[in-house]
Design a protein around this ligand. Structure first.
Ligand code: SF4
Ligand code: SF4
Length: 336
């Protein structure tokens, strides 16, 4: 255990100020995430350096399509989460306590050597919600940045402003999972709220962190055309029309097993709506054998990046431009 940051003591109770839940935590108890504990009127992080699992992934799997597209990242997660999503695919990890999870202690040097061995360009903080092991992510991200690696953060967007601003010095890209564009879904399915998530997206943009958005489409709960329209308009007006939007296919999992997997037509319809609203880079990610993962020139419509199963097979973006019509293309670290 290590003393945590971002909390206040009031009347013998601790209020955690790391995420928008603002848990009040009494002696001996943990917050909603299950990994921040009040021990004798101090807040401790119980999962500092306790990682599970650790894998090498193509960056497209995070998903990040417009950031070092050919690169591989060392992905790390831990136990616990500040959300309680009914459909969580990683519930064995996200809803478990640190003592029950298959987590093992990992040093910064070990992460560095694994990343080098895996020929990774960066580190991805992912799988569960990385906010909840903030202190370790902060220390590791700072260390690994100094060693020449980038850091990407795959998040539900619930971190508070002050910790996010501090961490953003070492975070190069984020993927924010917007779970729905209606608060009823957030309350019912994830036991959370939409507003703080949108605030984090806005803040990331203001801070100059590369941002992409994921949206797990769960018909009929968050797939109404008007909802997709509102989501797309918000992204265009707040984050910019070039901001990548990834629609993901839902598969029954955890407590949400009475809703069928997302039909192909629903994903295609959502993609069409988002494009009609003016978004340029809209993808359907986990539809096998689909052409919906490719990037096209916003002007001449030339195919620029071809992907298969999250791997970049071909990248024709040169100096951030389309090689045919020279239009500017959003692509961080495209080849020279
Ligand atoms: S980080 Fe955990 S303890 Fe802190 S407010 Fe969020 S859920 Fe509660
Ligand atoms: S935010 Fe992600 S990891 Fe956490 S419960 Fe929801 S789906 Fe699972």
């Amino acid at each position: 255990m290590k003393e945590a940051r971002f909390w206040a003591l009031d009347n013998g109770k601790i209020q955690c100020e790391l995420c928008a839940r603002h848990c009040i935590i009494t002696e001996g108890k943990t917050g909603v995430c299950g990994v921040r504990k009040n021990n004798k009127n101090k807040l401790f992080t119980m999962n500092y350096s306790m990682a599970a699992p650790i894998n090498v992934d193509p960056i497209g799997k995070k998903p990040l399509f417009h950031f070092y597209p050919e690169s591989f990242v060392l992905s790390l997660g831990t136990a616990g989460c500040n959300f309680k999503c009914d459909y969580c695919q990683n519930c064995d990890l996200s809803q478990s306590r640190i003592e029950d999870a298959p987590a093992r202690k990992v040093t910064l040097k070990k992460i560095h050597s694994l990343a080098k061995k895996g020929k990774c360009r960066g580190i991805a903080w992912t799988y569960n919600e990385p906010t909840i092991w903030y202190e370790f992510v902060f220390d590791a991200a700072r260390f690994l940045r100094k060693k020449g690696f980038f850091n990407v953060f795959v998040t539900n967007g619930y971190m508070e402003k002050e910790p996010f601003v501090e961490l953003s010095s070492f975070i190069d890209a984020i993927n924010v999972d917007i779970k729905a564009f209606n608060d009823e879904f957030y309350a019912k399915i994830s036991r959370a709220h939409l507003k703080p998530v949108l605030a984090t997206c806005r803040l990331a943009k203001e801070l100059g962190v590369h941002i992409e958005i994921s949206y797990l489409l769960v018909p009929p709960l968050n797939s109404h055309p008007l909802e997709i329209q509102k989501l797309s308009r918000w992204i265009k007006n707040t984050l910019g029309r070039e901001t990548p939007l990834h629609f993901l296919r839902f598969f029954p999992a955890h407590r949400l097993t009475d809703v069928p997997a997302t039909p192909r037509e629903a994903l295609v319809e959502a993609q069409q709506i988002a494009k009609m609203e003016g978004l340029i880079n809209v993808y359907i990610n986990n539809l096998s054998g689909s052409k919906y993962q490719d990037t096209y020139c916003p002007e001449c419509k030339e195919m620029l990046v071809h992907r298969e199963d999250f791997y970049t097979i071909l990248n024709r973006v040169t100096d951030g431009k389309c090689p045919k019509c020279k239009a500017e293309v959003l692509m961080v670290a495209s080849k020279k």
